[in-house]
Design a protein around this ligand. Structure first.
Ligand code: SF4
Length: 231
């Protein structure tokens, strides 16, 4: 892919991240995202972060959080999940999207972690990407929420918001990740996903972004082109 040149400096991007974080500070404290909650409550257990991220695909945050807590109450470790009956796993994680398929997948992942990695989730992105159902977003989530390693997991919220603001002009989350890792200061990588998932759930929503309460209007292309000039 041809590299694009962002008009935003790392310092401006730092301020954007700070302002977005500030706008949703109370909500982050009182109602954290599912992955942040799992990371906090398990002291960043990479195995549970990995399994919860797989469950979160095409599933809303509160559903992921509940399904994960039911699953981990019964099968907290790879040894237990690797031996579990997929029908029991499916019953525990229902109603996450594609729960029957995901039940088989998480069992397979647990078996691979046990067999090939001695029960420890690998902290290398290339190894993570070899696991079933693990793409770049999931692998990066494990690095950030499980290992506290700087990475930028790009989900639909992060992809949408950075395109709306005009920081990137990309077609896919993978392209967005590639661009953001070039222009965002490495010290801002760790909090970025959590801030913008919450910001996307509460303010820059997929449909009907709440621009009147957004602190980024003066830096946002979408606001200039679609909201300010039409209101
Ligand atoms: S101004 Fe509107 S479109 Fe732009 S980031 Fe804020 S909520 Fe999203």
């Amino acid at each position: 892919m041809q590299a694009s040149v962002s008009k935003h400096s790392p310092r401006e991007l730092h301020r954007i991240i700070q302002d977005a974080a500030h706008a949703i500070e109370k909500a982050r404290r009182e109602d954290p995202t599912a992955l942040q909650e799992i990371s906090d409550s398990t002291d960043g257990d990479p195995f549970r972060v990995l399994i919860a991220t797989i469950l979160s695909h095409r599933t809303k945050d509160p559903v992921t959080a509940l399904a994960s807590s039911r699953l981990f109450a019964k099968y907290p470790k790879p040894t237990q999940l690797a031996q579990a009956d997929p029908r029991t796993i499916a019953r525990l994680i229902k109603p996450v999207g594609f729960y029957n398929t995901k039940a088989r997948t998480v069992k397979r992942v647990a078996r691979i972690i046990l067999k090939e990695y001695k029960g420890r989730v690998p902290d290398d992105i290339e190894d993570l990407l070899k696991l079933p159902s693990v793409g770049r977003k999931t692998a990066n989530c494990v690095l950030v929420y499980g290992f506290k390693r700087p990475a930028i997991p790009v989900d639909t919220h992060v992809h949408r918001i950075f395109n709306r603001i005009g920081v990137v002009k990309t077609k896919t989350p993978e392209e967005t990740e590639e661009e953001l890792t070039k222009i965002v200061d490495r010290k801002d990588w760790l909090p970025l996903n959590e801030v913008f998932v919450k910001f996307g759930q509460l303010i820059c929503k997929p449909i009907g972004p709440r621009c009147p309460v957004c602190p980024l209007t003066d830096r946002c292309d979408w606001y200039r082109e679609n909201y300010r000039d039409k209101n």
